[in-house]
Design a protein around this ligand. Structure first.
Ligand code: ATP
Ligand code: MG
Length: 248
């Protein structure tokens, strides 16, 4: 790691650390060509949010967790950026929730799948997590999607009732909602199709959300879902926050 990225007192430490994780993942063949562009778009929105968890995002995080803990078949869908940025945090969450994770990548090649599986299995072994890692042998399809990105596992995404899909693409988010699933997304861009299509949108940075979720599960049980929850209002609160920031 560069000297700056290794220094936690640097004001951009977190951001540099995330970039470093992506660089390392890129070297290992874990990422698609567009991964760094997607990250850059996220960084820009995070800047506008003040690189912090805003109150409405914490409300959404709690609601998402309550839905995951009360689900029959919860599952966490992983793409390359999620594995690269937060492989440990996401396996820790799955371990807590006792649910499987499924690698479900947009640009599927055997080499990328192997690199991602190796990375996750390494963390799993090191940390002693007991998590089922699905995705290597897809045997079902998400209706309404064409090509390899429709592939999924029947015991994972296909049969899930509540699905956490951090950094999902808008199309696939829509297709999962159309299957009748409760779709929980993490997306720093409140304008994206994903953010607007999802059942619950957490407008916050991936590693902060997962850290919050793990801390909440450690300290606050059992969680209750809010009955009058409005995803529209939560997204509006993110816009309001950005508007106030820009006006200040
Ligand atoms: P959509 O398909 O939903 O309309 P998009 O095509 O604009 O969105 P994608 O390239 O599919 O975007 O996915 C990247 C999304 O992930 C962006 O909206 C970006 O804000 C978000 N993102 C990237 N990195 C992070 C991160 N670390 N935490 C949270 N969100 C992130
Ligand atoms: Mg997209």
């Amino acid at each position: 790691m560069s000297e700056i990225a290794a220094d936690p007192s640097h004001p951009r430490y977190q951001s540099l650390l995330m970039r470093h994780r992506l660089e390392e993942a890129e070297k290992k063949g874990m990422l698609a060509g567009s991964a760094l562009i997607a990250h850059g778009r996220g960084e820009a929105f995070d800047y506008l949010l003040g690189e912090q968890t805003i109150p409405s995002a914490l409300v959404a995080t709690r609601q998402a967790l309550a839905l995951l803990t009360s689900a029959k078949h919860p599952v966490i869908s992983l793409n390359g950026n999620v594995v690269a940025l937060a492989g440990k945090e996401v396996l820790q969450l799955a371990n807590h929730l006792n649910c499987p994770v499924e690698i479900n990548i947009f640009y599927r090649t055997p080499e990328r799948m192997e690199a991602l599986l190796n990375h996750l299995n390494g963390i799993k072994q090191q940390e002693g997590f007991e998590v089922e890692i699905l995705g290597a042998e897809p045997d079902a399809r998400i209706p309404g999607l064409e090509g390899p990105r429709a592939k999924c596992c029947s015991r994972g995404i296909f049969e899930s009732d509540v699905i956490l899909v951090p950094l999902e693409d808008g199309d696939r988010c829509e297709a999962l909602v159309a299957m009748g699933k409760t779709v929980l997304v993490i997306d720093l861009n409140p304008l994206s199709r994903t953010a607007r299509m999802a059942s619950i949108t957490i407008v916050d940075e991936l590693t902060r959300v997962l850290t919050n979720m793990n801390e909440i599960l450690d300290s606050e049980k059992p969680l209750q879902t809010t009955t009058n929850y409005s995803n529209e209002q939560i997204i509006q609160a993110a816009f309001d926050h950005i508007g106030a920031f820009l006006a200040s």
